[in-house]
Design a protein around this ligand. Structure first.
Ligand code: GTP
Ligand code: MG
Length: 207
């Protein structure tokens, strides 16, 4: 898919104030610093559309970006950021969980995990919560430039093995990406394009 336009629309903490248009939407979630905002910039080929930082906790709100005038990418704050206070953590959890459970336009989410890490409890619990709530998601392994191809393959396989041994009967669809090397860009965009086609076809059929 060619990205012809990518525009920031709105940031907020209220699902009710997110854009009203019935356009398909894709959210990026995962631990702080995993590379959510960087991936949005890589996919859209815009250097600083989403704000990134070497320090965790950069993204604090629900950020909507409109792509090609007919779909949305959503950048979310990371979870597992130790320096936020307990009160902030609860507020954060509430509006993020509200977003996932209430946002009708959300067609698929991407849970990002650092390809170098073994499965972390917080990610496993989050994916389990997504499953329990019937929220479709894929896994995106990030920072693949940090490992050699053989090591990536090994990491991904052992991650999937843990998921299958744990609670999942089927492994979620997954992608391997590197924002600095532009790896996985076509795969993720093709996936989105196919879902969009289906979404608009269904919308047309229902008129
Ligand atoms: P929060 O908004 O704090 O939750 O973080 P985030 O998940 O949006 O991460 P962000 O995109 O801000 O990136 C965090 C750090 O990881 C930055 O220093 C990025 O440059 C770096 N980073 C992100 N993606 C990659 C990647 O593919 N490869 C490498 N080597 N570094 C990356
Ligand atoms: Mg961010």
């Amino acid at each position: 898919m060619k990205i012809k336009s990518a525009d920031f629309v709105i940031s907020n903490t209220e699902v009710s104030r997110c854009p009203k248009e019935p356009l398909p939407e894709y959210a990026f979630i995962g631990r702080s610093n995993v590379g959510k905002s960087s991936l949005i910039n890589m996919l859209t080929e815009r250097r600083s559309l989403a704000k990134t930082s070497g320090r965790p906790g950069k993204t604090q709100l629900i950020n909507h970006f409109k792509i090609n005038e007919n779909w949305f990418l959503v950048d979310l704050p990371g979870y597992g950021y130790a320096r936020v206070s307990k009160k902030d953590k609860n507020t954060f959890q509430k509006y993020i969980t509200n977003y996932f459970t209430q946002r009708e336009q959300l067609v698929c989410s991407f849970v990002l995990v650092d390809v170098r890490h073994t499965p972390q409890k917080i990610d496993m619990e989050f994916m389990e919560w997504m499953g329990e709530n019937g929220i479709p998601f894929c896994i995106i392994f990030t920072k693949a430039d940090k490992l050699k191809p053989k090591a990536i393959e090994k990491q991904v396989q052992s991650y999937i093995d843990v998921l299958l041994a744990d609670i999942w009967e089927e492994a979620p669809l997954h992608f391997v990406t590197s924002s600095s090397k532009r790896l996985g860009r076509d795969e993720v965009l093709n996936f989105i394009e196919n879902i969009n086609l289906d979404y608009f076809k269904r919308q047309k059929d229902s008129i």
